[in-house]
Structure formats: C-alpha cells, structure tokens
Design a protein around this ligand. Structure first.
Ligand code: HPA
Length: 273
C-alpha cells in the first residue's frame, strides 16, 4: 500500500501552518469553473509549483493553485483545477485534493466538474447535483489506493455523495434561485470523448452525465471519513446527442456561460459552513 502520510508529509506540514480547524469546507473547481476565487476574499494563495510533491497541472483552465478564501467570515480551501488520470498521473496524485482535505481535518469536500449531458432533458449550462457515481472504469485502480481493511468497511460508498451535504446544496440552490438538475455521474478515463454507442450504453446503465474526473476523489475522500458532494456543470450534449464535434475549448466556453450562477451557488454553500 502506498504510504500517503510519508509521501505528502512535507506538503501537509506547510499547509497546516495556515489551515486550522476554522476551515470546514474544501472545494475542487473543475474545467472552466476556476473563476470562483475572484468572487471571494482571498486570504492566501499557494502556487502548486512551490509545494513539495504537489502535481503540476497540464490541462488548459486548471491553474493548479490552492487558495484560502473567505466569505462573511466563513473560510474555505479552494483547489483551482485538478489532476486527471489521463494526464499520466498516478491515482494517488489525482486524489491529492481529497488527501489534503482529509489530512487537514476538513470535514466537507465539494467536488465540481464539467460533464457531458446524457439525460435528454439536460442542456448545456445546466448544473447537476450528483446523486451517485458510476466508477466501474476505475475500480481496480481505486481499490489500490483504498484502505479498506475489514468486511464492515466494504459499505463505505452507501453515503457517497453524502445525503445531508446534498441537502445543504439543494437548500442553497433554492435560496439562490438556481435551478439544479439531479443525476448520476459516469466516469470515463479519457482523454478521448465517448462514441455515440458508448453514450447509448451508459444511458441504459443509468448515467445522466459523463466526465473524466471526480469519482476517485469522491471515493477516496468518502472512504476516509470526509463528507463529499458534487456539482457537475453540463457543458455539452454527450457524443451523438447533437451533430456537433466536441472539443475541450467548447467545454470551457460553456462553463464560462454558467459562471455567474455557479459562483452564486458555491458562495451560498460556503456560507453554510
Ligand atoms: N464526455 C466526457 N467528459 C466530458 C464531457 C463529455 O462529453 N464534457 C465535459 N467533460
């Protein structure tokens, strides 16, 4: 088993100097959603490049910064961008936000991402609260980084995402008058998008949206006692559901269109903690 505590010790020691138990919520900002920190008071920014063993992001729109921010006296730790398996990282590198959140004793982790809409009632620009994840594409790799030791622990995903945390998000959306769709997020390893036939398959299997991130972060955090929730920004119709060819640029442009309602919603969520 990979020794996370040893590998990330220096990194955690640095962050621990600034992060005390007054931070209850960490947030991972997905593709195109990285402007949220511009709407809050910034207390401190870490450049990922300066942190020991912190991975370097290679994807456009993922700055790799860590930000301590504040709204109305409520602090949060924001990961501006994330690391994907398809970038060639090891799984323990892609789940670094979850490891930091857990190691610093932050109880809640909000994951956000860009996703393709599979459900025909979803449109680009919709926000979807994840009610469950399908991670069968990554189960072997995830099992390698899990610390599941006893049969009792095999039920760890019954509360992934955490139902009470999801209720907080539903309330926040109601208060902000942001319409939230709900659905199941399917993990595709990427970096290629799906074929139309794969999308028809995942639809039959119960997926509402597809993306290339989040599930390993959610599973690991949840298995390690962090309460997790996830908001997907539907940036495009999934492959075959529209005549257009998909590109990462289209995904980031569509995410920009939801910036305002996304930022309002996340600000309101921070205020709950
Ligand atoms: N498929 C996979 N990942 C994605 C998509 C998609 O259609 N849109 C944004 N991320």
């Amino acid at each position: 088993m990979f020794d996370f505590d040893f590998y990330y010790k220096d990194l955690i020691d640095i962050l621990r100097k600034d992060i005390k138990d007054d931070i209850k919520l960490a947030i991972v900002l997905g593709s195109g959603l990285g402007k949220f920190p511009e709407t809050i008071n910034i207390i401190k920014t870490y450049d990922g490049d300066t942190l020991p063993n912190y991975p370097r992001s290679t994807v456009e729109g993922h700055s790799g910064k860590l930000i301590i921010g504040e709204i109305n006296g409520k602090k949060c730790l924001v990961f501006q961008g994330r690391f994907h398996f398809y970038e060639g990282y090891k799984l323990y590198e892609t789940i670094i936000p979850s490891i930091i959140t857990k190691s610093l004793g932050i109880p809640y982790l909000l994951l956000t991402n860009a996703a393709g809409g599979v459900n025909l009632s979803f449109e680009p620009g919709d926000l979807m609260l994840c009610t469950s994840f399908i991670g069968i594409n990554i189960k072997n790799e995830i099992d390698e980084v899990m610390r599941v030791a006893t049969p009792d622990e095999r039920n760890i995903f019954l509360k992934t995402p955490d139902p009470d945390f999801n209720d907080i998000i539903i309330w926040s959306a109601l208060e902000e008058k942001v319409h939230l769709k709900e659905g199941v997020y399917w993990y595709n390893k990427g970096p290629t998008y799906e074929t139309p036939a794969e999308i028809r398959m995942v639809d039959k299997f119960g997926a509402s949206a597809v993306g290339m991130s989040t599930v390993a972060e959610a599973y690991w955090a949840s298995a390690n006692g962090v309460k997790v929730s996830c908001i997907s920004c539907i940036t495009n119709y999934a492959a075959g559901l529209s005549p257009h060819k998909l590109s990462h640029e289209d995904v980031t442009i569509a995410a920009t269109l939801v910036e305002n309602k996304f930022n309002r919603l996340v600000r309101r969520i921070v205020d709950y903690f």
